[in-house]
Ligand binder design. Structure first.
Ligand code: ADP
Ligand code: 5GP
Length: 192
């Protein structure tokens, strides 16, 4: 059977990281596609586990060497990208690859892999709740927070282009819905 991918995309603060981490804990077959980023490491993050933290120079080199499946300047001066080698590495271990990427990155991966990929859009119940979650997470200084909120509002317009939408209101309900969706996709034999 073909190798599969699962994409979780959403505006920053919607809960992607929370949901993807839960799925990784509960579904053995999944493995996380570790992205490359040029942003600063947060105190709780581990290089090689949460992200590969690159300098801008190394990131530009990787672009030049065509190492990315997709990449973007997600925020001004901050680059994020998915390495082709990461997907191959996880598939070679028999895993289904799961991505936590922004909305445009998610749609690009979906376009590339078509039916092999399940693209899920995680929607916050409202923009106000999203803002509240982002502020409470306390990972961003105020001007970055404003940039994230502005980007989030524009990203909400893309949900119809995804295969499935989950509204992340009560977290345990979201976990259950996400687990069922992913388990069914892994089981499905629709792929050629
Ligand atoms: P993202 O990865 O999409 O930026 P996170 O997973 O970091 O989002 O979630 C943003 C914040 O909201 C985190 O502090 C997280 O604990 C919290 N959060 C996520 N889902 C919920 C939910 N359903 N209810 C309340 N808080 C949530
Ligand atoms: P954060 O800085 O909060 O970890 O991530 C910021 C945004 O970048 C999130 O929406 C996250 O999903 C997205 N992101 C992470 N990795 C990638 C990637 O490889 N490609 C793209 N396009 N976006 C990514």
């Amino acid at each position: 059977m073909s190798n599969k991918l699962i994409i979780f995309s959403a505006p920053s603060g919607s809960g992607k990281t929370t949901v993807v981490k839960h799925l990784l804990k509960t579904i053995d077959k999944l493995a996380f596609s570790v992205s490359v980023t040029t942003r600063q490491k947060r105190p709780n993050e581990v290089d090689g586990k949460d992200y590969y933290f690159y300098t801008e120079n190394d990131f530009l080199k990787a672009i030049k060497n065509e190492q990315f499946l997709e990449y973007e300047e997600v925020y001004k001066g901050l680059f994020y990208g998915t390495l082709k080698s990461e997907v191959e590495r996880l598939w070679s271990q028999g895993k289904t690859v799961i991505f936590d990427v922004d909305v445009i990155g998610g749609l690009n991966i979906k376009k590339f892999y078509g039916e092999q990929a399940l693209a899920v859009f995680l929607r916050p119940p409202s923009v106000e709740i999203l803002m509240d979650r982002l502020r409470k997470r306390e990972t961003e200084v105020e001007h970055h927070l404003i940039e994230r909120i502005e980007k989030a509002k524009s990203e909400l317009k893309y949900e119809q282009q995804f295969d499935k939408v989950i509204v992340n209101d009560v977290l345990n309900d979201t976990f259950e819905t996400a687990e069922n969706l992913v388990a069914n996709f892994i089981k499905s034999h629709k792929l050629t």
